[in-house]
Ligand binder design. Structure first.
Ligand code: PEP
Ligand code: MG
Length: 868
């Protein structure tokens, strides 16, 4: 097996083997772009190394040495050569980009001799020794596990002693001195010297990068982004080019379009006389790329041309890292650029308009998460006038949040556990802060640019972020911010607007985000492609209106029990439950019927003839009973029962396992009057609404929790009779169907299908009953199940494809044996979950139904999974 590939050998498709960075470096090399020479050690080598838990394999070592020889020939330099030394960078790069999560080592190949050669070659001893001390620092930290502060403290101490403010004040002699001090740190901590042999340095560095795949922050990042732990990282070894070799040199990061808005044109930042890490780590605040246009116009033009070429080649907006060494441009990396939700919509739309992408391709450029982010809240504009602006920084990641400020990942985590909303404030973030960033509503940094760690990670997570807010004096040690006359301590409230870059004091009310035009365009394209429809789980007029705006094609689940909880209604419901006999049921049921008719009227009018599935009463009756003594007293006063009688009735209704008890269709077997009332209300309303309007409502009446053919036959026949009685010859098309929520119903769906016009899988109950996991209580232990890999996911969030999914598959096949044309849908929570939809979409079903805000992401997911 080949473990090492030269950049001239790979292609952009090989991201699994070469990692994203390696594959793209190879692709750019074959496009003839100015990429420094190098090679990639594959992810397979990493997996092999991690599995064996030994030092590097000798075969791999040989391959690496061979490629180093090739590199020496190509560059006409020698590894460890005293006159013309080859220096390399060693960088991680996995299949999916994990910015800053794994390790990088630069300037490798420097030692006591080659540093002299570099100094004389560049006639810049200061630069050469600065490079050497950087290597000592990075190598110490990454490879040898020496605490970075051991080095940083020495530098700080030395600068203080000399009265220097900046690193730029350091002379060659100063760096030389510090190099000796750093070498002393190695001796002191490791009791051995820094390795002088470049090959030994390289092998150790490769091992360290392999190991960094499993460091804590990389693991956390993968868990968050659902990236498998089994992929491993590739290692890219590349000839060093120096952006820090003087003011004819520099480094930068640029996007081919604005990653915050999607606007056309190069958008980026650069720093003269700096190494890439300085920009990414946010140590110095870079300048906008327009500055480069002025200082090096030809080079800027060249870069612009390369950006255009790469964008056309990859058919997507690119995020490009470049370095200029003595007026020569090098491209160090390109990848599809991370972007805000708004930008992703604009870029997708623009690329279609520019003829680069088809609509279907453009939809692949947007993720379900981005849709969710587009729907994120913004501050209520009415409140903003009165809000107090504290400072302005860079609008690094859009959205808005208010919360209590905290200054470390630990305190942020602790505060969220106490139930607080957190704004994490730091001078700059580093990958160690990831766990604090994850739990925060918003992130603020006082240093760093739009491509700093904080900005990139926040955008990826969809958390709002203001970066480089230099007006804030952030003291992480004293845990306070000073900004003019304002002082904020841990726990004080701030509001952050990541779209404008503004920081406000106090809490500001939110409003839903509004990018309707972009959203509608994209949803329209998705609907042109989709065969699987998306319905809404909704019963209130507000929810239904929202669902329709967000693209619902019908209602898949109107839970009628939600209509019985209003103040007047619950009292009638309780009276009905307390009734001694059928006669006693009559009056409260009649009142409830009037309420139901009001509700159905609103629903049918809003839906204008689109499919409407109304589910008959489902929960056990005790859920409607009073809970407090006061409520019991009130009910006693409003009915002909005493509090003692009410308590007795409550005791009778109490069940050990209410979710497995007297609920759903089982209630209707005992008290048919409830469903009769509901069905009358549905049919009477549909008739009237249809008479008043041009559209035709075809109500779909759904019976929950059916397990046997006999239950279905009994209830269906009874309801048909009631409906015929109501219609009394009036024409109205209607359907009676069932939910499939029990494993038995799945197994015998062909028999049930003889009595049902349509089917909807209630995956919440079906999951509960398949696993025997209580849907209300299993949250307590499911987290542990997932952590211990007993389950891939919480099956209530993401469909359990292997178990519940197979039951659904079987049931669909069964249904089609006897009811080929019957409509089939999914209305449990997983109906709105993109991961589950990708599975469900493979089945011959007609729709998924979910809560309104999940509809757009569902529509997109379906479009993305539809074969063209
Ligand atoms: C279900 O069980 O999946 C369902 C949609 O019904 P409910 O959540 O109301 O029990
Ligand atoms: Mg259910």
């Amino acid at each position: 097996m080949t473990f090492v590939y030269d950049f001239s050998e790979g292609t952009k498709e090989q991201t699994a083997l070469l990692g994203g960075k390696g594959a793209n470096l190879a692709e750019m090399t074959s496009l003839g772009l100015p990429v420094p020479n190098g090679f990639t050690i594959t992810t397979e080598a990493c997996i092999d190394y991690l599995a064996k838990e030994e030092e590097l394999d000798t075969v791999l070592k040989k391959e690496i040495q061979l490629h180093i020889s090739n590199l020496e020939q190509k560059t006409e330099k020698g590894f460890g050569n005293k006159n013309n030394p080859l220096l390399v960078s060693v960088r991680s790069g996995s299949k999916f980009s994990m910015p800053g999560m794994m390790d990088t080592i630069l300037n490798l190949g420097l030692n006591d001799e080659t540093v002299e050669a570099l100094a004389s070659k560049t006639s810049n001893g200061r630069f050469a020794y600065d490079c050497y001390r950087r290597l000592l620092q990075m190598f110490g930290d990454v490879v040898c596990g020496i605490d970075k502060n051991r080095f940083e403290d020495q530098l700080t101490f030395y600068k203080k002693k000399k009265g220097y403010l900046e690193d730029t004040d350091m002379t060659m002699e100063d760096w030389q001195y510090l190099v000796d001090v750093y070498k002393g740190v190695y001796q002191e901590v490791l009791h051995r010297p820094f390795p002088q042999d470049p090959i030994a340095q390289l092998f150790q560095a490769v091992e360290a990068v392999f190991r960094s795949w499993n460091n804590k922050r990389a693991r956390t990042y993968r868990r968050l982004h659902q990236i498998s732990d089994d992929l491993g990282t590739a290692v890219n070894i590349q000839e060093m080019v120096f952006g820090n070799s003087g003011f004819e040199s520099g480094t930068g990061v640029a996007f081919t379009r604005n990653p915050a808005t999607g606007e056309r044109g190069i958008f980026g930042e650069f720093l003269l006389n700096a190494q890439g890490e300085d920009v990414v780590a946010g140590i110095r605040t870079p300048q906008p790329i327009e500055g480069l246009k002025q200082t090096m116009p030809d080079l800027y033009k060249e870069f612009e041309g390369i950006g255009k070429r790469l964008e056309a080649h990859y058919k997507d907006m690119q995020d490009i890292e470049f370095t200029i060494e003595d007026q020569k441009l090098y491209i160090l990396q390109t990848r599809n650029g991370k972007r805000t939700a708004k930008a992703s919509f604009n870029i997708a739309i623009n690329l279609v308009e520019e003829g680069v992408l088809t609509k279907a391709e453009a939809l692949q450029r947007i993720t379900p998460l981005m849709i969710t982010q587009l729907l994120h809240p913004v501050f209520d504009p009415k409140e903003l006038d009165a809000a107090q602006v504290i400072a302005k920084g860079l609008p690094a990641s859009p959205g808005a949040a208010s919360g209590n400020v905290y200054f470390t990942a630990e305190s942020a985590k602790a505060a969220t556990l106490r139930g607080e909303k957190v704004i994490l404030v730091r001078q700059e973030t580093s990958p160690e802060d990831i766990e604090g960033m994850v739990v925060s509503e918003g992130i603020v940094t006082s240093r760093g640019g739009m491509t700093s760690h904080a900005a990139v990670v926040a955008r990826g997570m969809g958390v709002c972020c203001v970066a480089g807010c230099e007006a804030l004096q952030v003291d992480e040690f004293l845990e306070q911010i000073i900004c003019g006359e304002h002082v904020f301590k841990a726990g004080d409230t701030l509001s952050v607007d990541g779209t404008t870059g503004t920081i406000y004091s106090g809490v500001i009310a939110m409003k839903q985000g509004n990018e309707q035009e972009l959203l509608q365009k994209i949803l329209g394209w998705a609907k042109e492609i989709n065969q699987l429809k998306v319905y809404a789980n909704a019963e209130t007029p507000e929810d239904i209106k929202t669902a329709l705006v967000l693209g619902a094609d019908g209602i898949g689940l109107a839970r009628t029990e939600h209509m019985f909880f209003g103040e007047d209604r619950i009292s009638e419901m309780r009276k009905m439950i307390l009734a001694r006999d059928q006669r006693g049921l009559k009056a409260p049921l009649e009142k409830l019927k009037q309420y139901q008719k009001q509700d159905f009227r609103k629903i049918f009018q809003l839906m204008e003839g689109r499919p409407c599935t109304v589910r008959l009463l489902d929960p056990p009756l005790h859920e409607f009973l009073p809970r407090t003594g006061k409520e019991i007293e009130e009910l006693a006063a409003a009915s002909d029962r005493t509090p003692a009688q009410i308590r007795k009735r409550m005791n009778e209704l109490e069940e050990q396992n209410p979710m497995l008890g007297h609920r759903g269709c089982r209630l209707a077997v005992s008290i048919p009057e409830i469903y009769e009332m509901q069905v009358r209300a549905i049919i009477e309303t549909a008739v009237v609404v249809n008479q008043e309007n041009k559209f035709e409502t075809v109500p779909e009446i759904m019976i929950p929790l059916i397990s046997t053919e006999e239950e279905m036959a009994l209830l269906r026949n009874h309801l048909d009779k009631v409906i015929q009685e109501v219609l009394d010859g009036t024409q109205l098309e209607y359907k009676i169907g069932t939910m499939i929520e029990t494993p038995r119903a799945c197994l015998l769906a062909d028999r049930i299908a003889q009595h049902a016009d349509f089917f909807s899988f209630g995956t919440n109950d079906l999951t509960q009953l398949t696993f025997g996991f209580s849907r209300d209580d299993s949250g307590k232990f499911l987290g542990e199940y997932v952590d211990k890999k007993l389950l891939k996911d919480d099956p209530f969030q993401h469909l359990d494809e292997e178990g519940v999914g197979q039951l659904i598959k079987l049931a669909v096949t069964n249904i089609q044996k006897t009811a080929k044309q019957a409509k089939i849908g999914i209305c449990g929570e997983v109906g709105g979950d993109p991961q589950s939809i990708r599975f469900l979409q493979q089945l011959p079903i007609d729709y998924v139904s979910c809560s309104p805000y999940r509809i757009p992401a569902a529509l997109l997911t379906i479009a993305q999974g539809t074969k063209q």
